[in-house]
Write a protein that binds this ligand. Structure first.
Ligand code: G4P
Length: 524
């Protein structure tokens, strides 16, 4: 197969949802279709169960398992599908945000009874920011659901995106009869007693009395609702979807494997092929001959005795080849990867080559950090791996003075992996760790001790947000920094950050310094 065809057949995407909406279940069913797993339940373990707080063994175990499922590639009808796993636990949201920089599209799973939940909104904000095309899968129709039109309105309003149903449910809960696929013009009947895939009945003309034979009294309601759908929503326009302006919506029940195949069939047809990527220097298109890629995730501690890590690189252009010499742009050094891995059919295996859209695992001993670019020689830097303002802050202190080197190294490497963010106070030099969840503090403390032999202590600190600041007026910037000296810090990349104690203080600063821009993500 030619290089261009290899690119054209790739679909790299992520599935996101509010915890419990059914992301894991849907992922698993997609893998079943792709033949990547044989039995249900294989992916199930890949999540830190809700409510887990300090179950370190669990975290460790999960981390072991999730290497294999970080990227799940499979072949389906001539397409190469790559699913990038995103952590379900909200304390690992930042990981999810970063993974979203490596996908070309997203499927958002929504619980049909609960509708749009807070984490769905946050994740959608990231997709919107990056103009990532999204498909919505409304799940759990086998349970009593909200009215479908109400749900459509809610999705449109809360996710701030136009929607277009491409399938439509016939009731829900105990009365759930199935879905009519607007996309394929077929009727798919739900049978809760079997978990096999029912083949859809082709049904071009829903006015036909034949419909009554299948769904009896519900036929007329379906006709009326479909008429309303056609009246209310404009035709599905693939261009709008690809621009991230319109979300096609599908309905189903992941648990019963229902509506999943329609979703997958439509997905491979409409979802984008690997897209161009923006670097600081120029736009890189996938079909360029020379290899380039960036590291969006580092997975540590595969073997605790060897401090081994895998750096996940997204191939953005060209053909990646094993044993070829590439350039690690940040250090300027060359690297030769003798055992790169891919993740097919949930097996990790050594690969000889990979194409744009693919994810390759590079064994790493601490040379790579998140956001690094690897190329065939060109000096480029991929953009688009923002850090978000953390929500929780603590001072980190050394609890074992004999181990200060180990502590410094441990903190440094954990931050490179993106476990949390580190800020150094410009006032007193103290180190502040910022995270999005409580769990990370525990993970840091545990890993520092077990992997680096260092002990740390956290001290609470009154802090609301970290804002990256920018100001064209140099004298105003100087004035701001001197007035706020006690609250200024430096991030890992040496940039100025204002650590606001409270929303009120932040507002005051914004009112007073009109020309200073306060950013809540590190990329602006
Ligand atoms: P998540 O990854 O988004 O957090 O959700 P997950 O797939 O783990 O699903 C959360 C719960 O919802 C699971 O039940 C799962 O079985 C159930 N579920 C997922 N899809 C459907 C569906 O289409 N219909 C129904 N009725 N339930 C669904 P659980 O009891 O929390 O876990 P388990 O004991 O079944 O593993």
């Amino acid at each position: 197969m030619g290089f261009k065809q290899e690119i054209q057949r790739r679909r790299t995407f992520g599935i996101v949802s509010h915890p419990d909406a059914g992301k894991t279940t849907l992922t698993e069913k997609l893998l079943l279709f792709g033949g990547a797993i044989r039995v249900a339940g294989a992916v199930k373990n890949n999540k830190i169960k809700k409510g887990a707080t300090s179950d370190f063994m669990e975290i460790e175990r999960q981390r072991g398992i999730s290497v294999a499922t970080s990227v799940m590639g499979f072949e389906y009808n001539g397409y190469k599908v790559n699913i990038l796993d995103t952590p379900g636990h909200q304390d690992f949201q930042e990981d999810t945000f970063r993974t979203l920089t490596a996908v070309d599209s997203v499927i958002i799973v929504i619980d049909a009874a609960k509708g749009v939940e807070p984490q769905t909104e946050k994740l959608m904000n990231v997709c919107r920011m990056r103009k990532t095309p999204v498909i919505v899968f409304v799940n759990k129709l086998d349970r009593p659901a909200q009215d479908s039109f109400t749900l459509m309105d809610e999705i449109e309003k809360q996710l701030k995106i136009k929607v277009r149903p491409l399938s439509w449910p016939i009731n829900s809960g105990p009365d759930f009869k199935g879905v009519y696929s607007i996309f394929n013009k077929s009727l798919n009947l739900f049978n809760p007693s079997i978990q096999e895939i029912e083949k859809g009945i082709h049904f071009e003309d829903i006015a036909s009395p034949e419909l009554e034979n299948h769904i009896k009294d519900d036929a007329q309601v379906l006709r009326e609702e479909l008429e309303l759908v056609e009246g209310v929503y404009q035709e599905f326009e693939i261009g709008e979807y690809l621009k991230g302006e319109l979300a096609p919506v599908f309905f189903g029940s992941a648990l019963y494997n229902f509506g999943v195949q329609e979703l997958l069939d439509a997905f491979v047809k409409i979802a984008p092929t690997p897209q161009p990527s923006q670097t600081e220097e120029r736009v890189i298109t996938p079909d360029e001959n020379k290899f380039s890629g960036f590291i969006f995730k580092i997975h540590a501690n595969i073997d605790p005795n060897h401090r081994s890590r895998i750096a996940f690189v997204k191939v953005c252009s060209g053909r990646f080849e094993r044993n070829k010499v590439y350039k690690h742009v940040r250090s300027g050094k060359t690297v030769r990867i003798s055992s790169p891995t891919t993740f097919m059919a949930s097996q990790k295996e050594i690969v000889e080559e990979a194409f744009p859209g693919d994810i390759v695992g590079l064994p790493d001993t601490g040379n790579f950090i998140i956001g690094d670019t690897v190329t065939d020689g060109e000096n480029i830097h991929f953009k688009g791996l923002p850090s978000f303002s953390p929500e929780l802050f603590r001072y980190i202190e050394n609890a074992d003075p004999m181990k200060s080197k180990q502590l410094a190294k441990g903190i440094d490497q954990l931050m490179d992996e993106g476990v949390a963010q580190l800020f150094t106070s410009q006032f007193n030099g103290r180190k502040i760790i910022g995270t999005v969840g409580q769990l990370q503090f525990e993970v840091i403390q545990y890993r520092l001790e077990h992997e680096y032999g260092a002990k740390c202590r956290f001290e609470s600190i009154q802090m609301h947000k970290a804002c990256w600041i920018e100001c064209e007026d140099t004298s105003e910037l100087k004035e701001f920094k001197s007035r706020k000296h006690q609250k200024m810090a430096t991030d890992k990349r040496g940039r100025d950050v204002f650590m606001a104690d409270s929303a009120f203080i932040l507002q005051m600063a914004q009112d007073e310094f009109k020309n200073v821009k306060f950013h809540f993500t590190s990329e602006f």
